[in-house]
Design a binder for this molecule. Structure first.
Ligand code: ADP
Length: 400
């Protein structure tokens, strides 16, 4: 019999990415199918690969009369069912950006959990509604299918109150104003690798740098998050592709008095800052590094500067640094940014093996260095697939 399939969905503002894994015993091999629906709303197009080979290439879904998220996703799901057969689908796991102070791990989605996800929309208005739309679309096409939510915030629930509390009056804190942290699915994947990749002495005090379009750092003590650079929202902390990172709140007051309001401020802070806003060239680090324009140089310099500054801060929270891990698009692929960050951290005992770094080896620290420095590719979809399978399997076990 063909093995059961777990579908992973990551529904964003203009695209829905998916991966389908065939279960093998308790785990998974590589995702057999991957793909996305892009160009939502408006002109959605479906792309699917099977075993790394493209089998659907930008098929326009508009002819089928769809434009919005839910209907585009429904059509995409029906196409997927044609590929592997609806009856093989065991469960769907969703990336959900916000689990608030409620969810400290993945949750099976029923009416109550869905209501809770809705309640959290004001905390992540740009992302949460799309995640929820993904859940509802699956429920319409496959009402009986178990659905699991995996949260970007859960991994950070171990951050102590001294770090997560925002020093504002109680009535505001009671409304959910606190630091949550994000990229938690990626950090939990990296944390799961540490016992294999680092010796016991190397894995006590670790900083993980997730450097993608969004970027953050996580300080881990014994594999658990104790501090992170993102906070109440994904705007805080490091400089990113289109976000400037930590910002004096006085700037916001100035802009509000200068004619900005919530929507234009949101657009500025999420989409027009960071590498793009400063360089005037691109949000893509490759283009920024390739440019000779002075502002592009300044943008790359500031990207590195902010990481170095924040690793210093997290190291002081951890009381030292045993390992530094690079992950996500820039962390995995830019030897230049890794080298520049490591140079800025030499005072901490970080010593780069230049050759290993250029060759994108897993371990890029020189043997004499005091800080184990590694490049570990992240795999958020795998975490969601594994957590989904584990939760569905647990639900099937008879109660003791
Ligand atoms: P997301 O945060 O959207 O999941 P990724 O983790 O895939 O994104 O990171 C995407 C970013 O990685 C791109 O915007 C680009 O700036 C950067 N990137 C990818 N490859 C390279 C490279 N070879 N050198 C520098 N930056 C790269």
């Amino acid at each position: 019999m063909a093995p059961p399939i777990v579908l992973v969905l990551n529904a964003g503002s203009s695209s829905v990415k998916f991966a389908a894994y065939e279960a093998e015993g308790e785990g998974f091999a590589q995702a057999k199918w991957r793909g996305q629906v892009e160009g939502i709303p408006g002109d959605p197009a479906l792309t699917v690969s099977e075993d790394g080979r493209r089998i659907v290439d930008g098929e326009r879904l508009k002819a089928s009369g769809v434009g919005d998220h839910a209907s585009a996703l429904k059509i995409a799901l029906e196409r997927l069912f044609e590929l592997f057969g609806r009856e093989r689908l065991l469960a769907a796991g969703h990336r959900v950006v916000h689990g608030g102070a409620v969810f400290d791990g993945p949750a099976r989605i029923g009416a109550e959990v869905l209501a809770e996800l809705d309640r959290l929309v004001p905390l992540a208005p740009l992302h949460q509604p799309h995640n929820i739309a993904g859940v509802r679309a699956v429920a319409e096409v496959a009402p009986e299918l178990p659905q699991i939510a995996c949260f970007d915030t859960s991994f950070h629930r171990t951050i102590p109150a001294v770090a997560s509390t925002i020093a504002l009056p109680r009535e505001l804190r009671d409304k959910g104003l606190r630091r949550y942290g994000f990229h938690g699915i990626s950090y939990s994947y990296i944390a799961s690798l540490l016992p294999e990749r680092l010796s016991e002495a190397e894995r006590g005090r670790v900083v993980v740098a997730h450097l993608g379009n969004g970027a953050s750092l996580c300080a881990m003590r014994d594999g658990r998050s104790v501090e992170t650079t993102m906070g109440f929202s994904a705007l805080d902390g490091l400089m990113m592709g289109t976000r400037c990172g930590s910002l004096d709140p006085g700037v916001l007051l100035y802009l509000l008095r200068d004619g900005y309001e919530a929507a234009s401020l949101e657009e500025l802070l999420y989409r027009r800052g960071g590498l793009l806003g400063l360089s005037g060239v691109s949000a893509d680090m490759r283009a920024v590094l390739a440019s000779d324009a002075p502002e592009a140089r300044l943008a790359a310099d500031q990207f590195v500067y902010r990481i170095v500054r924040e690793v210093g801060a997290l190291t002081s929270i951890l009381g030292g640094l045993d390992a530094l891990i690079f992950t996500a698009g820039i962390g995995e692929r830019s030897a230049e940014i890794r080298a520049r960050v490591c140079r800025g951290l030499e005072w901490l005992g970080v010593a780069l093996d230049e050759e290993a770094n250029e060759a994108a080896a897993e371990r890029i620290s020189s043997p004499g260095g005091k800080v184990a420095t590694l490049v570990l590719p992240t795999d958020e979809e795998r975490v969601i697939a594994e957590e989904t399978l584990a939760l569905v399997a647990a639900a099937r076990e008879p109660a003791l």
